[in-house]
Ligand binder design. Structure first.
Ligand SMILES: Cc1cc2nc3c(=O)[nH]c(=O)nc-3n(C[C@H](O)[C@H](O)[C@H](O)COP(=O)(O)OP(=O)(O)OC[C@H]3O[C@@H](n4cnc5c(N)ncnc54)[C@H](O)[C@@H]3O)c2cc1C
Length: 395
């Protein structure tokens, strides 16, 4: 049997695929002897998104982070404003354009790795000794496959909530007064279509990213928020918009069910379809980086790569209860987020949101949230779980 074309084939060179490749390249310092191929349908990358996340100052990748904010704000339409800040943590942003460029450079500098742009995986066929990946350019064989393709449209539409957003990066004619505070959830309100808020990042004195976000059970097209975001931009920056530099948009499924198992331990999933997205917030970038770091080390130790896993344990359980409450009672969303911002000290809240909670952080989150709606969600979860179980018993 001839040796497979590569040890690892990564389907999709977006966030998860490139993060894994970048980590392999960095951890081996260009001396990787494992042959890695990435398949990506795009011919070129563009600065199509902005990844933001909390991280301790001491832990950030300075080559990627373009701006950090030491303070962040939550406010409602009724003007209740809460600002949080921390000495250890900041909210950071990584422009996707910078990330794609650096990952491509890291791959180019590692002779055993190749990124094949303009190549789509058409099918994946596990055989006894290897896996075959069909592309329009022919068949590639691999010992292992990491599959980062998006979940199917059907699966994504079944997520209980979708985080739908449309954003504009603006160049301004005048410098902004405050560039130190990220407005994460501003003007929170609800209407017939559900919960919505504005997201405003001062990227530089004369640059801002403004987005309208909705949490919706329906699969709204993100372009449906275009008019609202232009209106909001005019309100924040009346007569001060010199240019719309670019736009970004997305629909992130929250509480996505697991994609069907591949049925082969050598073919694993990562990224959104594997549960990378945190159900309660829609954040995924940091989770993907942690997974990539761990699995690059496994590959370099000749151990099999594991797929990404959704948030588990108490944290996963709390996320699901919170998501259930937002889904069933969207009118409570502004008060739930404001309760967390007002009552949970910033370091505790950030540790919870970044999956590094200490025991007392859980207690602080539970104590901050209103008891009745959360208990209702808990009861509903239990009764639907037991119905499923009893249904299964009769199958
Ligand atoms: C606009 C936007 C902003 C976001 N902002 C944040 C944020 O601030 N913070 C945060 O934590 N999360 C954010 N997210 C959520 C999440 O981090 C991103 O969606 C992230 O890109 C998910 O990574 P991924 O690898 O799963 O998907 P992607 O990055 O989309 O990568 C999947 C790749 O698979 C490729 N592909 C598809 N089909 C095939 C095929 N058949 N063969 C080969 N390749 C294929 C695609 O072209 C794509 O490159 C954002 C999402 C969007 C859309």
């Amino acid at each position: 049997m001839p040796t497979p074309d590569c040890d690892l084939l990564i389907i999709g060179a977006g966030c998860a695929g490139l993060s894994l490749a970048r980590e392999i390249a960095r951890q081996c310092g260009g001396q990787n002897t494992r042959r890695v191929i990435l398949l990506e349908p795009r011919e070129n990358y563009s600065n199509d998104r902005t990844w933001c996340f909390w991280q301790r100052h001491t832990e950030i990748d300075r080559a990627l982070v373009s701006k950090s904010w030491n303070a962040w704000q939550f406010d409602t339409k009724g003007n209740t404003v809460v600002q949080q800040s921390s000495t250890d943590w900041a909210y950071h942003c990584v422009p996707a354009g910078t990330f794609y460029k650096q990952a491509q450079e890291d791959i180019e500098q590692t002779p055993s790795m190749s990124l094949l742009l303009g190549q789509t995986a058409l099918s994946v066929n596990p055989k006894d000794t290897h896996i075959e990946i069909e592309t329009r350019g022919g068949c590639i064989t691999a010992s292992q496959v990491v599959d980062t393709r998006a979940p199917s449209a059907q699966l994504a539409s079944e997520a209980p909530l979708k985080q739908v957003f449309y954003g504009l990066e603006l160049r301004l004619t005048e410098p902004q007064k405050n560039t130190q505070t990220a407005r994460l959830m501003s003007n929170m309100s609800t209407d017939a279509a559900g919960f919505k808020f504005e997201y405003l990042l001062p990227l530089a004195p004369d640059r801002a990213l403004i987005e309208i976000t909705r949490f919706s059970p329906a699969s709204l097209p993100s372009a449906s928020l275009k008019d609202e975001v232009f209106e909001a931009a005019q309100t924040y920056f009346p007569n001060k918009i010199a240019e719309v530099v670019r736009h970004e948009q997305g629909v992130i499924p929250m509480g996505l069910s697991m994609a069907p198992a591949t049925g082969d331990a050598r073919w694993v999933r990562a990224g959104t379809s594997a549960g990378a997205v945190r159900a309660s917030s829609g954040y995924a970038f940091q989770r993907i980086q942690r997974w990539a770091c761990q699995e690059a080390a496994s590959l370099l130790k000749n151990q099999p790569i594991s797929g990404q896993k959704p948030v588990a344990g108490a944290l996963g359980w709390m996320d699901r209860i919170f998501l259930e409450t937002l889904t069933r009672q969207p009118e409570l969303a502004p008060s739930l987020f404001m309760a967390l911002a007002q009552r949970v000290p910033s370091d505790r809240l950030v540790r919870f949101l970044t999956e590094q909670p200490q025991t007392l952080d859980f207690a602080a989150i539970v104590a901050a949230l209103p008891v009745k709606p959360m208990l209702k969600s808990l009861k509903l979860r239990h009764s639907s779980a037991s119905q499923t179980l009893s249904g299964k018993a009769f199958e």
